[in-house]
Design a protein around this ligand. Structure first.
Ligand code: NAD
Length: 470
């Protein structure tokens, strides 16, 4: 069953309204917060392959209680205005929940990127950027796009370059007009992996918290079975970190053309290389392939990570989901109805606005880096290294023993950008979890983590509206 994007917008709206029922907001404010401020439809033509092609795209600004507004741009043939509005609303809540100073926005271009060459995609992306720029929908202080489905650092580099060309007298901060850029174009170490890394920190935070059920009482992922749906940026990185670092067995990876299974755990890096080489995960040696079968997410597992698109778990398949924990790495992968069914069956859900916030958190670091024009850690790295060397030498002298060789490198390291980014991200994910879990403890009537996350973030948006007098 395919759930429409109107259904997705409806799900977000229902979640919003459910959470609002626990908040005592002044009359009219609830409606003001729910509604999307504006959605621009952009139509433009590009001359390609000897003729004119027309394209349609959208940029929604959900809330400007904080500026600039922030949100990804996706390239997908099934994109539409309702989907973009739902995603923009989620961005407002996500930024508020993790306390990054952005309002929510989102954009899409209705296009299947696989149908175009890189040169053609570049021309289309540059034209799209010109349209956004004309309407004030891109810029370091107004609206800052990032990658999403079908886009990555390549598209962000084109957008940034086009924005600079269009604003030649104001280039000082131009790099901050998009995030998720390549490192050599003003990006930040760790942005590509950030959302998957955030998923890992979210699961760890949940498991470590003894107020939660854990995984049927277990407090770590050692040998736990994990199913990942969507083996793109987010799904691949989440699978990689959870299996290589936390000892989980990724038993199933599901993609748009079927799924692969290995009960002992799939070697994630080798599977990725196979996908890059052949264009599909199917046919991977050392796993059974189920071509055209979309029931991969219904197999038995401890943790299900939908990391592909919205509405993956809906009223029709929710009864067949066989997991203890659903970790929403994608945006809106569980419909409002499915959420109720899963919870009635005792399945715990970690909600999207928390789980996949790692992307926007590291985007925030990148934006700050671009505006300060200095890489993180540059001023203090060597000083910290020297101080650590002095401490190590002092310890060796006092104890008469050598500093353990296996700890030496990490101890002496002064803090490269990637370490600082990872540390900042972990801190945000941990403290945000504490906020959600504390609220659940204080108000058990909220009933589930999604409602607690919505309540926490809406409260903050309402306070911001109050502070600016709306
Ligand atoms: P991506 O394009 O890199 O990967 C998506 C993957 O899902 C692709 O491999 C695609 O083939 C697969 N897919 C599509 N339809 C499928 C289906 N029906 N069944 C199984 N697999 C299917 O996109 P991404 O950046 O990894 O984003 C995935 C999700 O995470 C989206 O919901 C996105 O909004 C969300 N998200 C992404 C980021 C980010 O930083 N990229 C941040 C926050 C949230």
């Amino acid at each position: 069953m395919q759930v429409s994007s109107a259904g997705f917008l409806e799900s977000v709206d229902q979640n919003f309204r459910h959470a609002m029922s626990f908040l005592d907001l002044p009359e009219g404010l609830a409606e003001r917060i729910i509604q999307c401020n504006s959605t621009y439809t952009v139509r433009f033509g590009v001359r390609l392959r000897g003729r004119m092609y027309s394209f349609i795209g959208w940029r929604s600004v959900h809330s400007e209680h904080c500026e600039p507004v922030k949100g990804g741009i996706r390239y997908a043939s099934n994109a539409d205005a309702e989907e973009v509005e739902a995603l923009a609303a989620l961005m407002t809540l996500k930024c508020s929940l993790v306390d990054v100073p952005f309002g929510g926005s989102k954009g899409a271009l209705k296009i299947d990127p696989r149908e175009w060459t890189p040169q053609e995609l570049e021309r289309i992306t540059r034209r799209f950027t010109q349209e956004l720029n004309k309407r004030g929908l891109i810029g370091p202080g107004v609206n800052v796009p990032a990658p999403d489905i079908g886009t990555g650092e390549r598209e962000m580099a084109w957008m940034m370059d086009e924005f600079r060309r269009a604003n030649p007298t104001d280039v000082v901060n131009a790099r901050a007009c998009v995030t998720g850029k390549p490192l050599w174009k003003g990006g930040i170490a760790g942005r590509t992996e950030a959302t998957g890394r955030g998923v890992q920190f979210a699961v760890q935070s949940y498991l470590r918290d003894t107020r939660t059920q854990g995984l049927d009482g277990r407090r770590n992922l050692k040998d736990a079975s994990v199913i990942v749906q969507g083996f793109g940026n987010v799904g691949y990185h989440a699978a990689k970190f959870l299996s290589e670092e936390d000892g989980a067995r990724v038993t199933v990876v599901a993609e748009r053309d079927g799924y692969v299974v290995n009960p002992d755990g799939l070697p994630i890096e080798a599977l990725k290389q196979h996908q890059i080489r052949t264009g599909s995960i199917l046919g991977f040696e050392g796993a059974r392939s189920f071509a055209g079968d979309m029931t991969g997410i219904e197999q038995r597992c401890d943790v299900l990570i939908p990391a592909a698109m919205e509405n993956a778990v809906h009223a029709e398949n929710a009864e067949r989901i066989n997991a203890h924990l659903v970790v929403e790495a994608a945006n809106g992968p569980v419909t409002f109805e499915a959420d109720t069914i899963l919870r009635s069956r005792g399945v715990t859900i970690l909600p999207d606005l928390y789980v996949n916030a790692g992307g926007v958190v590291v985007s925030y670091f990148e934006w700050v880096k671009n505006l300060t024009h200095i890489p993180f850690g540059l001023m203090e790295r060597r000083r910290r290294e020297r101080r650590n060397q002095t401490i190590a030498a002092a310890l060796e002298r006092m104890t008469g023993k050598e500093f353990p060789a296996d700890m030496r490198d990490e101890f002496l390291e002064g803090g490269a950008e990637i370490d600082l980014v990872r540390s900042g991200l972990e801190d945000v994910m941990r403290s945000t979890w504490a906020r959600i879990a504390d609220l659940m403890e204080q108000r058990p009537e909220l009933g589930d983590y999604r409602t607690a996350a919505y309540v926490a973030s809406i409260r903050q948006v309402a306070d911001a509206y109050g502070a600016i007098g709306i």
